[in-house]
Design a protein around this ligand. Structure first.
Ligand code: PAF
Length: 286
């Protein structure tokens, strides 16, 4: 019989004790921050961390500061038992699943505000979102003190924001990017896919298909505006709301582009019924 080695920490003190012991032994610590409702996209992050580090810490914390007043904080899926079973099967050493007061203690009033890459797209559509993400990531990095932290490319802009804050604050860790995991039909895995009705789930892969087709047209030399227009029309005809954005941008700076060039990436966010889906895709040239 397999004996579980997954340790659960609910408090900062429990987490710190465990991690400090590993640090004293000179072990390399990998960290995967999550909000739970884990899926194979998270599993890919954990597997990378497991392959590269001596110890793997995963956090599950539905972070209230990154949800707007009309967003889904209360109904965000919470599946801790299933999450723990998955993390055990993946050989995670420590799960940090704190209550809100451990991350935001009474009187809490410090926020981390990132400029530049946090401003367009999600930053425009979800005011305060990246401040919430940057604040919780900074606090989690301070508590876990990892050598490496793993983030999915599905949330490309979040990845850039976290890299920016690590660089700007001189935090002693590296941020590792892990490729987006997709269903067989192309839909990027996301905890929010659980909100889709069966009919919406059947339509949802069109988001990725439109990006693939747009990337092909751009690669063939078409300028972005007509490519964009075609994709928007197709999405709207199929039941999506008009996208919050469908942009072509430089993947490092997020500067908008009018046509493909090296480092170009497509970004989209669109609602299908009550569910907001996001995705992105590199535009390979040559
Ligand atoms: O991507 C997420 O799940 C969250 O934004 C993160 C990075 C765990 C911060 O709450």
């Amino acid at each position: 019989m397999e004996v579980s080695t997954l340790v659960l920490a609910r408090t900062r003190a429990e987490l710190r004790d465990r991690v400090a012991a590993w640090r004293r032994q000179g072990q390399l610590i990998g960290f995967v921050p999550t909000m739970g409702a884990l899926h194979q996209g998270h599993a890919a992050l954990v597997r990378r961390a497991r392959a590269e580090c001596d110890r793997v810490v995963v956090s599950i914390f539905v972070n209230p500061t990154q949800f707007g007043p009309n967003e889904d904080f209360d109904r965000y899926p919470r599946t801790e038992d299933a999450d723990r079973a998955l993390l055990e099967s993946l050989g995670v050493d420590l799960l940090f699943a704190p209550p809100v007061r451990e991350i935001y203690p009474p009187g809490d009033s410090t926020r981390v505000v990132v400029g530049s890459v946090a401003e367009p797209m999600e930053g425009e559509r979800r005011p305060g979102f990246f401040t919430g993400v940057a604040t919780v990531c900074t606090r989690l990095f301070a508590l876990v003190s990892p050598d490496r932290a793993y983030f999915g490319e599905k949330d490309w802009q979040q990845l850039l924001v976290v890299r920016r804050l690590v660089e700007d604050l001189g935090l002693p860790l590296t941020i590792e990017a892990v490729a987006t995991v997709r269903e067989a039909d192309g839909l990027a895995l996301s905890s929010r896919n659980a909100y889709l009705s069966p009919a919406e789930r059947a339509v949802a892969p069109l988001l990725h298909r439109c990006l693939v087709e747009a990337a092909e047209a751009l690669r063939a030399g078409e300028p972005f505006p007509p490519v964009r227009e075609r994709a928007v029309q197709r999405l709207v005809r199929s039941g999506f709301a008009a996208p919050d954005y469908l942009d072509l941008r430089d993947e490092g700076t997020l500067v908008p582009l009018a046509a493909a060039r090296p480092g170009a990436r497509l970004f989209i966010a669109a609602r299908l019924g009550a569910t907001r889906l996001i995705d992105n895709l590199a535009v390979p040239l040559g």
